[in-house]
Write a protein that binds this ligand. Structure first.
Ligand code: COS
Length: 386
C-alpha cells in the first residue's frame, strides 16, 4: 500500500531503507556490544544529506518537515534503534532553534547543522526533574553580557558527541516553570563539561551522558526567544519530537516483525515451517495490525504538523504512547517466535526487545502521555459545554 507520499518523501524513505540495510544492519550488533558511538554511520548520513531533511531550505535544508523526519527515523530504526538516535536526537536538539530561534541564531547555526558538521542534544532532564519537567533546578543568572549557568543535566541523548545543545534553566526560580528559559550552549564553552556516560540496557549505540555546568558563561545572545519561555519551548519541542520517537518505536517494531516473518518461514518443527501453524500466523497478524495502526497515527500527526496545524499535543502523545507499546509488544512476540534462539544474543531479536523498552520511558513515559491525553480530552469536553 502506498501512503500517498510525495516523490521527494518516497526518495528519502527509500534512501533511508537502503542505508539501513547496507550500512547499519551489518554493524548494529557491533555497536550494541561495544557501546561505541557510530561516527562512521553519522558521517555517511551527513554525506547523504540526512541532517538537511527537517531544516528549512533557506538555511541549507530540504524542507521536508516532520513527515521527512519520521520516515527517515522509521527506516533507520528498522535496522538499529540505537544508531538511528544520533540522527533523531539531533532533530530534537535543533527543534527549539527551528521554532524559537531569531533570524541571527538560525543563520549562525542551521547551515552547519544541516551539513551534519555537528550533532545536537536537548537538555531538559535533571536528576530531580524527569517526568516533572517543571521542577528544573539548574539556574541561569544574568551577569552583564552573559548568563551564568549552574547545574546538572542527565540522561542527555547525544551528550558528549553533540556540539550544539539546547538547555533549559531557571532564570527566575521564584516563578516556577514560568521562570524557565532556553539557551543555546556550544561544546567547549568554559564551565561546561561532560559527566557520567551511561551504560544502558538498549539503544547502546546511542551516547547518553551527563552535562555539567559550573559557572558556565553563555553569551546573552544565546537566549532563545525571551526569558520565561523555557517551559513552553520545552513542551512545544516535545510535541514536535514525540512523533519522531514514535517513528523510532515504529521502525524497531517493523524490524522485529521482518525478522520474525523470515525466521518463521525457515524454521522447521514437526516436519514443517513454523509459519504454517496458525499460532504463529495469528501472532504475525496481530503484530502487523498494530504496526499498521501505529504507522497511520504517526503519519497523520506528521502531516498535520507540516500542514500548519497548531493544536496536536494530544495526537502527538497518542502516537508516542501507542507506538512505544506496540514496539514492546511486537519485539517481545518476535522473541517468542524465535523461541530459545530468540533469547540468545547470537540472534537479532533480543536487541529489538531491549531497544524497544526505552521508547516507553523517554521523551515522556507512557504514563505522562496518558496524562497529557486525558487532560486534553477533559479540556475539549469542557470547552464544548461552555
Ligand atoms: N503546549 C503548550 N503549552 C503547554 C503544553 C504544551 N504541550 N503543555 C503544558 N503547557 C502549558 C500549560 O497550558 C500551562 O500553562 P498555564 O500555566 O498558562 O496554564 C503550563 O504549561 C503548565 O502546564 P501543566 O500544568 O500541565 O504542567 P505540569 O507541571 O503539570 O507538567 C507535563 C506537564 C507532565 C505534561 C510535563 O511536565 C511533561 O511533559 N513532562 C514530561 C517531560 C518529558 O517528556 N521528559 C522527557 C525528557 S525530554 S527528552
Amino acid at each position: 500500500m502506498d501512503y500517498m507520499l510525495s516523490e521527494e518523501l518516497i526518495m528519502i524513505r527509500d534512501l533511508a531503507r537502503q542505508v539501513a540495510q547496507e550500512k547499519i544492519a551489518p554493524v548494529a550488533a557491533h555497536y550494541d556490544q561495544t557501546g561505541e558511538f557510530p561516527w562512521d554511520i553519522m558521517n555517511t548520513l551527513a554525506e547523504m544529506d540526512f541532517f538537511r531533511i527537517y531544516i528549512d531550505e533557506k538555511y541549507g535544508g530540504l524542507g521536508l518537515g516532520s513527515m521527512g523526519l519520521v520516515l527517515a527515523t522509521e527506516e533507520l530504526s528498522r535496522a538499529c534503534g540505537g544508531i538511528s538516535l544520533g540522527f533523531a536526537g539531533t532533530a530534537l536538539g535543533v527543534m527549539p532553534l527551528l521554532m524559537y530561534g531569531s533570524e541571527e541564531q538560525k543563520q549562525k547555526y542551521l547551515p552547519d547543522l544541516a551539513d551534519g558538521k555537528m550533532l545536537a542534544g536537548f537538555g531538559l532532564t535533571e536528576p530531580n526533574a524527569g517526568s516533572d519537567a517543571g521542577a528544573v533546578q539548574m539556574t541561569a543568572v544574568l551577569d552583564g553580557d552573559h548568563y551564568i549557568l549552574n547545574g546538572v543535566k542527565h540522561f542527555i541523548t547525544n551528550g558528549g558527541v553533540a556540539k550544539f545543545y539546547t538547555i533549559i534553566a531557571m532564570s527566575n526560580p521564584q516563578k516556577g516553570a514560568r521562570g524557565a528559559s532556553a539557551f543555546i550552549v556550544e561544546e567547549g564553552t568554559p564551565g561546561f563539561s561532560y559527566g557520567k556516560k551511561e551504560d544502558k540496557m538498549g539503544i547502546r549505540a546511542s551516547a547518553t551522558s551527563e552535562l555539567i555546568f559550573e559557572d558556565c558563561r553563555v553569551p546573552k545572545e544565546n537566549l532563545l526567544s525571551k526569558e520565561g519561555m523555557g517551559f513552553l519551548i520545552a513542551m512545544k519541542t516535545l510535541d514536535h519530537s514525540r512523533p519522531g520517537v514514535a517513528s523510532q518505536a515504529l521502525g524497531i517494531a517493523q524490524g522485529a516483525l521482518d525478522h520474525a516473518i523470515e525466521y518463521s518461514r525457515h524454521r522447521e518443527q514437526f516436519g514443517q515451517p513454523i509459519s504454517s501453524f496458525q499460532a504463529i500466523q495469528f501472532k504475525l497478524a496481530d503484530m502487523a495490525m498494530r504496526i499498521e495502526a501505529a504507522r497511520n497515527l504517526i503519519y497523520h500527526v506528521a502531516r498535520n504538523i507540516d500542514a500548519g496545524e497548531k493544536n496536536f499535543t494530544k495526537e502527538a502523545a497518542m502516537a508516542k504512547a501507542y507506538t512505544a507499546d506496540v514496539a514492546m509488544y511486537v519485539a517481545t512476540e518476535a522473541v517468542q517466535i524465535f523461541g530459545g534462539y530468540g533469547y540468545m544474543k547470537e540472534y537479532p531479536v533480543e536487541k529489538y526487545m531491549r531497544d524497544a523498552k526505552i521508547t516507553q520511558i523517554y521523551e515522556g513515559t507512557g504514563e505522562i502521555q496518558r496524562s497529557v491525553i486525558g487532560k486534553a480530552l477533559i479540556k475539549e469536553a469542557a470547552s464544548k459545554k461552555t
